[in-house]
Design a protein around this ligand. Structure first.
Ligand code: G6P
Length: 369
């Protein structure tokens, strides 16, 4: 079994470390670095069909839903098409407003999640076009969707999803760029920039993995915590949700993710001496605002771990520990930011003696409703 785990103690750690490769594999064949273009030959959607899309609904569960939240931001920014993101078990039972040109994107690592599959089938019955982002070739979702984008993360064994999430973000980014190119909304300079940024990501992810010892130490100091808060704004809030889920799933520490600007409307009451707060501040246009939220929790005694990029050295004055990401990468920052959060959850779970790969009450793929 140790050989299957590639020398790591757990599949989760192996999969966290496989992310640079998983990202690279998901990009392979889809980037034309010379032309500065994204190619998605597997899509059957025609130029005309893409131009006609007037709404996008993203539907998923768990970590895949969190990827969808980031996808909304990428798609809206690049394609100017309004995007809604729903949890599949909510989407199925609500009175969804769609048009005949609504594109539904379902995201599912396994391609077998009951609620996601049921939502897909409902949409097909309504005559809506469905595009699936999945990690399993030949899964139910892959077979039943009209279009499929495979994330080439390779088999994910640990219940807590890691490399599937990062590759879902890559797939969503590729799709956003591709749609923007087809719609004539992306300048050739911007497209070149995106392609270069994507191509550099595996190597940056590799560098972020080097923060592991820092997170192991932080987790050890913090093993007896009862509650933890993850705060951020914009994309940092989306990734905070994923960090909080990871921690709950495997360490069983109660965690809550909050939009940093919303703290003052209630959650701040829970911040007392020593409460751990993970504060994510990677978005340049939100940095100052987030910093002032960090100072608010610090003033109430929180023990703060900050995550920012290496250019923001000043964050160190306002927090107890800082994890620096090697480079600022705008819309793609969640791909890097999530890595320390995965490591933190992992080390906290190990320190508490939990079964990291098979947490209590949870299943890798939920095929019942
Ligand atoms: C389960 C897993 C999660 C996963 C969710 C959705 O709850 O434990 O890790 O995010 O299902 O799975 P899917 O395969 O549809 O992405």
């Amino acid at each position: 079994v140790s050989a299957e785990r590639g020398g790591y103690d757990h599949f989760m750690m192996k999969e966290i470390h496989e992310q640079p490769k998983a990202i690279r594999d998901t990009l392979t064949g889809r980037l034309d670095e010379t032309a500065g273009q994204v190619k998605l030959p597997e899509l059957k959607l025609s130029t005309q069909e893409i131009n006609e899309i007037d709404r996008i609904h993203i539907v998923a569960c768990g970590t895949s839903w969190h990827a969808g939240l980031v996808g909304k931001s990428m798609l809206e920014k690049m394609t100017r098409i309004p995007v809604e993101v729903d949890i599949a078990s909510e989407y199925r039972y609500r009175d969804v407003l769609h048009t005949s040109n609504t594109l539904v994107i379902v995201i599912s690592q396994s391609g077998e999640t009951a609620d996601t599959l049921a939502a897909l089938r409902d949409c097909k019955k309504k005559g809506l076009r469905v595009l699936a982002i999945t990690n399993v070739v030949g899964s139910s979702v892959a077979r039943e969707a009209d279009d499929v984008l495979i994330t080439w993360a390779g088999p994910e064994i640990a219940v807590a999803s890691t490399k599937a999430y990062t590759t879902q973000l890559i797939a969503l980014c590729l799709l956003s760029i591709y749609f923007a190119q087809v719609k004539g909304l992306m300048s050739s300079d911007d497209a070149h920039d995106w392609v270069t940024q994507l191509a550099n990501l595996p190597q940056l992810a590799e560098q972020v993995l080097d923060t592991a010892p820092q997170l192991e130490k932080f987790a050890a100091d913090w093993v007896h915590a009862e509650d933890t808060f993850f705060i951020g704004r914009g994309l940092d809030f989306s990734v905070a949700l994923e960090g909080s889920l990871k921690l709950k799933e495997i360490s069983y520490i109660h965690a809550e993710a909050y939009a940093a600007g919303e703290l003052k409307h209630g959650t701040l009451a829970l911040i007392t001496d020593g409460v751990p707060v993970i504060a994510i501040a990677t978005q340049p246009h939100l940095y100052e605002k987030t910093l002032s939220n960090i100072k608010e929790v610090k003033a109430r005694g929180a023990f703060v771990l900050g995550i920012t990029w290496v250019g923001n050295q000043d964050l160190a004055h306002s927090v107890d520990e800082v994890i620096y990401l090697p480079q600022q990468c705008a819309e793609l920052s969640p791909v890097l930011t999530v890595i320390p959060l995965q490591l933190l959850a992992y080390y906290a779970a190990v320190a508490r003696g939990n079964d990291v790969d098979k947490p209590r009450n949870l299943a890798k793929s939920v095929t019942v409703e």
